[in-house]
Write a protein of this length. Structure first.
Length: 191
């Protein structure tokens, strides 16, 4: 890969890492405000932060593991330059896709329900999972649930733990900052 392109891609990794960290800091502040009873904008702020984090994480995944086969080599070179393992927890985009394609997920969910089971739980934040709210509720009825004690986000009973993602991003940021700041100049002509 052309060295300048590699640096530009590394700079984008820096930016997406920064966005993800900002979203997590925002989530931490929102959860603290919720516990203190002073949360502005209610639960909207918490879900905004989770969504922003998952989208930034998804963007990192697309940079490091491009979805288009013709540019797969770009991803492997970028990962190698930043020492990102092929099996990194940053690779899957499932949860970003849940937010990105929420309209489809929502419609599929409602079409799968039969009366009188036409109920659902969405945008919930509570420790202990859905079962802590109501033991008779099937986790698949919960579209979006966040457990602030385990930092697990559930989508229809499918969990993702945010802490390993946060750790991976916090490790990736300094590496990508260091690599992206190495200036690449064209070779000078001999005199």
């Amino acid at each position: 890969m052309e060295p300048r392109l590699l640096r530009i891609l590394q700079l984008e990794v820096v930016k997406q890492c920064q966005f993800a960290i900002m979203a997590i800091e925002d989530l931490e502040n929102a959860l603290k405000s919720m516990n203190e009873g002073t949360l502005p904008n209610g639960m909207t702020r918490i879900w905004y932060s989770i969504q922003a984090f998952l989208i930034a994480t998804g963007n990192l995944s697309k940079l490091l593991w491009p979805p288009i086969p013709i540019i797969l080599e770009r991803g492997s070179e970028l990962r190698a330059s930043l020492s990102v393992e092929d099996n990194s927890c940053l690779q899957p985009r499932t949860f970003r896709n849940h937010f990105e394609h929420y309209d489809q997920r929502l419609e599929e969910f409602f079409l799968s329900l039969e009366p009188p089971n036409f109920s659902y739980i969405d945008g919930n934040v509570s420790p202990g999972g859905i079962q802590s709210l109501a033991s008779h509720v099937d986790e698949k009825w919960a579209l979006r649930h966040f457990d602030p004690e385990t930092w697990a986000f559930l989508f229809r009973g499918e969990p993702v733990h945010l802490e390993p993602l946060v750790t991976a991003i916090c490790e990736l940021l300094p590496k990508s900052e260091k690599e992206s700041h190495q200036l690449v100049f064209p070779k000078s002509r001999p005199r």
